[in-house]
Design a protein around this ligand. Structure first.
Ligand code: XMP
Length: 511
C-alpha cells in the first residue's frame, strides 16, 4: 500500500504492538507493522516516514533475542523505541542495558527532568505503565535523559539531532494517562504528520491501487459470505473495476438457518454481479470422518479456493481473487513474531498451487475500521452490523465430525439464540453471539422419559477487534427464555450451558 504518510512499527514480539498501531491510526496517521526480521530493503520499499520499535519479551543481550538491521538507525527519519525497542536502540547506539534489581510492572510514578517536544504538556510528576525486567543504565553518547524513576534511572531519552527517542514506559496503554499526548507529540511535533489518513481517503487510495494492480483489462472474482469483510472488499473492488468483478457466493452447507436467502436478498441493494454456487454435498463429503479442527479448516479453505477456481474458469479470463482478509486474520495465522493460533480459512488454508492472484484490500484494517468503511460506502445496515461469522462456518462450532443431523440441530439452536438476543435489544451491543454443539450427550428426563441428548453451549462476547474478547453478562431472564426454548423446541437437546471464558485464554470460536 503506497500511502504518502506512513509510519512503520517494527515488531519485536511485544504484547502491545497491536495497540501501538491502533493508537497511531486513531491519530489518523496510517501505519503498518513489520516483523523485526523483515529485510532492510523491504522496510525501505514500504516507504516509512517514521519508525516505532515495539516492546518485546526478550533481553537485548540474550542469545537469539530479536535484533534489527543497524541501517534502520541511519534512515534519517524519526524513530521512537518503546520498552524493548528503547533498550535495543540504546544498546546499538553505545549505551548500556542491565537487568534491573527491581523489576517494574504496572503503574509507576515518573519524574520529568527535561522538557522537550516529545514530553510537551506532560506534568513534572506523572504516572505511566511499566512492564520490564531490564533497564537502560547508561544513555548512549549524544542522548539526553528526559525522565527518571526511583528504580529505573532512565525512563525516557532522546537525541533530537538524530531524531531518535526512547520511552521505557508504554504510552499506548490506557493506564498511561499522558500516553496519548506523548504519542501525539511524536507524530505531530516531531514527525510533522498531517494526520489526514481518513476512511474517505483510504477508500480513494485503495480503489486507485486496485486499478493499478489489475490494469484496464484484468477480471476478478470475489468470494462473498454475507459478512461485512467480504462485502466491503467487494464494494471497494467494484468501485475500482466495475463490471469486471464477479462475486461468488458459495453455499458450503455450513451456513446458519436461512442464511443463503438472507444474504442474497441483502445484496440486492448493492449493484453486484453475483453467482450462487451450491457446493453443499461436496463440502460435506470432504468433511466426512474429519474431527481435527485444523484439518477441518484446511479442507474447507482449500476447497473454497478450488470452487472459486472452477467458477473462475467458467467465467474465462479471471486472474484475480478478492478476499476480505483483515489484519487480525493475518496476525493470528502466524507471522515471524506471532505464533499460529489457528489457520483462518482465508489465510492459512490457501492451497500452495493457487492459480489466482490475491487482492486483499482490507488486510491492514481492524474490524472497527472496516465498519467505518462500510458506513462511508453506505452498505446496508444489515450487512454493517451483522456479527462476524467465520469462513469455515458451523464446522468450527461443531466439535468432532460434521454430519447433516448435527448441522440441523446447531442451526435451530443458533436461530433461537440470535432471535432472543435481537428481541432483547442486545444484538448490537454484543460482538458475537452464537451456539456451539460440543458433541456431548448427557442424560435427562423429558415427560417422564429418559433422554440421552445433546448439550448446546451459548457463546456471547464483547470485543473491539476479535483479538481479545470478554464474555458478555447476559441477563438471567434472557438466558432462561433461551434455555426453555432450546430444550422444548429441539427434541435432540436436553441441556444448555453458558461459556464464561475470555480470549485469552480461550478463542472466540471453539475450534
Ligand atoms: P478466534 O476464534 O480466532 O476468532 O478467537 C476471532 C474472530 O475471527 C473469526 N474467525 C474467522 N473468520 N475465517 C474467518 O473469516 C476463519 O477461519 C475464522 N476463524 C475465526 C471469529 O468468528 C472471530 O470473530
Amino acid at each position: 500500500m503506497s500511502i504518502a504518510e506512513k509510519l512503520i512499527i517494527i515488531d519485536f514480539g511485544g504484547q502491545y504492538t497491536q495497540l501501538i498501531a491502533r493508537r497511531v491510526r486513531e491519530a489518523q496517521v496510517y501505519c503498518e507493522i513489520l516483523p523485526y526480521n523483515t529485510p532492510f530493503e523491504e522496510v525501505v520499499a514500504a516507504g516509512p516516514s517514521a519508525l516505532i520499535f515495539s516492546g518485546g519479551a526478550a533481553s537485548v543481550y540474550a542469545s537469539g533475542s530479536p535484533q534489527c538491521d543497524p541501517r534502520l538507525y541511519n534512515l534519517n527519519i524519526p524513530l521512537l523505541g518503546i520498552c524493548y525497542g528503547m533498550q535495543l536502540m540504546a544498546k546499538d547506539m553505545g549505551g548500556e542495558v542491565v537487568e534491573s534489581s527491581h523489576q517494574e510492572y504496572g503503574r509507576t510514578w515518573l519524574n520529568l527532568t527535561e522538557k522537550t517536544k516529545l514530553l510537551e504538556g506532560v506534568d513534572d510528576n506523572f504516572i505511566a505503565w511499566m512492564s520490564h525486567g531490564d533497564q537502560v543504565k547508561k544513555a548512549p553518547p549524544g542522548f539526553k535523559v528526559l525522565v527518571r524513576s526511583n528504580n529505573t534511572s532512565i525512563a525516557a531519552l532522546e537525541n533530537d539531532t538524530r531524531n531518535i527517542y526512547g520511552l521505557q514506559f508504554h504510552p499506548e496503554v490506557a493506564h498511561t494517562p499522558h500516553g496519548r499526548m506523548i504519542l501525539d507529540n511524536f507524530l505531530f511535533k516531531i514527525c510533522h504528520f498531517a494526520g489526514n489518513w481518513t476512511i474517505e481517503n483510504f477508500i480513494e487510495t485503495t480503489a486507485k491501487e486496485i486499478q493499478a494492480e489489475v490494469g484496464i483489462q484484468g477480471r476478478a472474482v470475489c468470494g462473498l459470505s454475507g459478512g461485512i469483510d467480504s462485502s466491503v472488499a467487494a464494494a471497494l473492488v467494484q468501485k475500482a473495476m466495475g463490471s469486471r468483478l464477479t462475486c461468488i457466493f458459495v453455499d458450503h452447507g455450513l451456513l446458519r438457518k436461512g442464511e443463503r436467502e438472507q444474504v442474497i436478498s441483502a445484496y440486492r441493494a448493492l449493484d453486484l454481479d453475483i453467482i450462487t454456487v451450491d457446493a453443499v454435498e461436496e463440502f460435506l463429503e470432504l468433511l466426512q470422518g474429519v474431527t481435527d479442527p485444523e484439518e477441518k479448516r484446511k479442507i474447507i479453505g482449500n476447497h473454497f479456493i478450488r470452487v472459486f477456481e472452477r467458477e473462475a474458469l467458467k467465467l474465462k479470463g479471471i486472474e484475480f481473487l478478492v478476499q476480505g482478509t483483515l489484519y487480525p486474520d493475518v496476525i493470528e495465522s502466524g507471522t515471524a513474531t506471532a505464533e499460529v493460533i489457528k489457520s483462518h480459512h482465508n489465510v492459512g488454508g490457501l492451497p500452495e498451487d493457487m492459480q489466482l492472484s490475491l487482492i486483499e484490500p482490507l488486510k491492514y484494517l481492524f474490524k472497527d475500521e472496516v465498519r467505518r468503511v462500510a458506513a462511508e460506502m453506505e452498505l446496508p445496515e444489515e450487512i454493517v452490523w451483522r456479527h462476524p461469522f467465520p469462513g469455515p462456518g458451523l464446522a468450527v462450532r461443531i466439535l468432532g465430525e460434521i454430519t447433516p443431523a448435527k448441522l440441523a440441530i446447531l442451526r435451530e439452536a443458533d436461530a433461537i439464540i440470535v432471535e432472543e438476543i435481537k428481541r432483547a435489544g442486545l444484538y448490537r451491543e454484543i460482538w458475537q453471539v452464537f451456539a456451539v454443539l460440543p458433541n456431548i450427550l448427557s442424560v435427562g428426563v423429558k415427560g417422564d422419559r429418559r433422554t440421552y441428548a445433546h448439550t448446546i453451549v451459548l457463546r456471547a462476547i464483547t470485543s473491539q477487534d476479535g483479538m481479545t474478547a470478554d464474555w458478555y453478562p447476559l441477563p438471567y431472564d434472557v438466558l432462561r427464555t433461551i434455555s426453555n426454548r432450546l430444550v422444548n423446541e429441539i427434541s435432540e437437546v436436553n441441556r444448555f450451558v453458558y461459556d464464561l471464558t475470555s480470549k485469552p485464554p480461550s478463542t472466540i470460536e471453539w475450534e
